[in-house]
Write a protein that binds this ligand. Structure first.
Ligand code: 5AD
Ligand code: SF4
Length: 431
């Protein structure tokens, strides 16, 4: 979601006449878009800000002004604290208010004296109505259809930083999808913190679900691939699962976070599913599309997690055989219920469990990647590689694949024979 938000902010700044630069010393504006989900992500902000300030000071010696801004969930959570800790920050906006950046910049550009502007409102209106048109981000584009979350998992800051669930209308989503396709997008990834609880209104005011939206988008001419992320297990309806059978451009890969395999921990996390509910959904998905593969998020060392609870998480991994995963040590987030639970797990234990879990996850990931060697896969090339003539693309399973090829394969789907595999990537040859 932050990648999507950052690209929308970049679009807004381009409209204001700014251009992107990779050299910070050239930047008239330095803007950090931040994540508050785990402590580490938030900590990074202050060290990055310190570095930006040094560069801004050097530029000031040459008479150049640098505007330093912060956007995203750290602003929502820390509010005034940001300005207290880094008083040189010119502006800070929460994730619901970044559409105001141009207006804030005009104000700052007009005033010579430094004054920090902070905006963490949650407007009653949709921020999406205030953003300029979303431009295709290349052959693969993100499209936010839903934002926020009402689930309140006890470890998570999202319901506090991104706010209550909100779904964009079907018409808005379709207009944006058509625009992306016209701009060269072949693959659309529908985004939402809880995307499968999408319930946007259609033109007659009737609420429509994600299954309906997927069918509508799949009908659009020119679109070759469709994905959606991230889903909540308890909201995987049979109708949505059937889409994996009926919609041929829906890619055979689904991110469905389980977090833990222990029912006791899932309950303490306030998740609305047990591990067997989750496994039933996975089985239905595998039946709907036998080619489908899964990825997940895991938290180890949630308060009260015993060795036995952790072993149940490993059991789920062995049953589902994920081909990719994100796993984290539980991180205490201020203001969330789990942060004040008494039975916190020692750091050392968290570290040990994370290592065990990641070894198992990487093993399945490597095995799957190796099983692709010798197979032909359609790959969508969307990035230049480090070497001349190298392109990087994505397989239907979101694996990174690189290839030595002619540049005119960029932004195209090409059949590739997979030659080599590692845990994190594949390499191949054009068929
Ligand atoms: N500690 C560790 N991981 C967390 N996540 C969310 N909150 C926390 C936390 N407090 C993880 C979950 C979620 C992913 C986006 O981040 O696994 O699915
Ligand atoms: Fe956070 Fe996801 Fe739980 Fe919502 S469903 S509270 S975003 S972990």
């Amino acid at each position: 979601m932050n990648v999507y938000d950052s690209s929308r902010i970049a679009d807004m700044l381009k409209k204001e006449g700014y251009e992107e630069t990779l050299k910070q010393a050239e930047a008239d504006i330095v803007l950090f878009n931040t994540c508050h989900i785990r402590e580490k992500a938030a900590e990074k902000l202050f060290s990055d800000l310190g570095r930006a300030k040094l560069i801004a000071d050097e530029r000031a010696e040459n008479g150049q002004r640098t505007i330093i801004g912060v956007a995203g969930c750290v602003v929502q959570a820390e509010d005034e604290q940001i300005i207290k800790r880094a008083p040189y920050v010119d502006f800070a906006v929460g994730p619901q208010m970044y559409f105001r950046i141009p207006e804030i910049l005009h104000k700052i550009e007009r005033t010579k004296k430094h004054q920090s502007v902070i905006d963490t409102d949650f407007p009653a209106i949709s921020k999406f109505d205030f953003l300029p048109e979303n431009k295709a981000q290349g052959a693969c584009s993100y499209l936010a259809v839903q934002e926020g979350c009402n689930n309140f998992c006890t470890y998570c800051v999202v319901p506090y930083t991104r706010g209550a669930e909100y779904s964009r209308s079907v018409a808005d989503v379709l207009t944006e999808a058509k625009r992306l396709i016209a701009g060269g997008t072949l693959e659309i990834n529908l985004l939402g913190q809880n995307v499968n609880s999408y319930h946007g209104e259609d033109e007659s005011g009737k609420e429509r679900n994600l299954a309906y939206l997927l069918h509508k988008i799949a009908e659009l001419d020119g679109l070759k691939r469709l994905r959606y992320t991230t889903s909540y297990p308890a909201d995987m309806t049979d109708e949505l699962i059937t889409c994996h059978k009926d919609i041929d451009i829906l890619m055979p890969y689904l991110h469905l976070p389980v977090q833990s395999g222990s029912d006791k921990i899932l309950k303490a996390m306030n998740r609305r599913h047990s591990s067997s509910d989750y496994l039933k959904v996975v089985e239905k998905l595998y039946t709907a599309n036998p080619k489908l593969k899964m990825s997940s998020d895991f938290i180890v060392g949630f308060p009260g997690e015993t060795d036995e609870d952790f072993a149940q998480t490993l059991d789920v991994v062995n049953k589902v055989k994920y081909i990719q995963a994100f796993s984290f040590k539980y991180s205490r987030r201020p203001g969330t219920p789990a942060a004040v639970m008494e039975n916190q797990v020692e750091e050392k234990v968290k570290k040990e469990r994370l290592e065990i879990l990641q070894t198992l996850l990487f093993d399945y990931q490597t095995k799957f990647n190796e099983s692709c060697v010798g197979k032909t896969m359609p790959v969508l090339f969307e990035q230049k590689g480090r070497h001349k003539g190298q392109l990087i693309g994505r397989t239907p399973y979101m694996q990174n694949l690189h290839i030595e090829t002619k540049d005119d394969n960029m932004n195209k789907i090409v059949d590739v024979v997979v030659c080599e595999a590692t845990t994190n990537s594949l390499s191949g040859k054009e068929l």
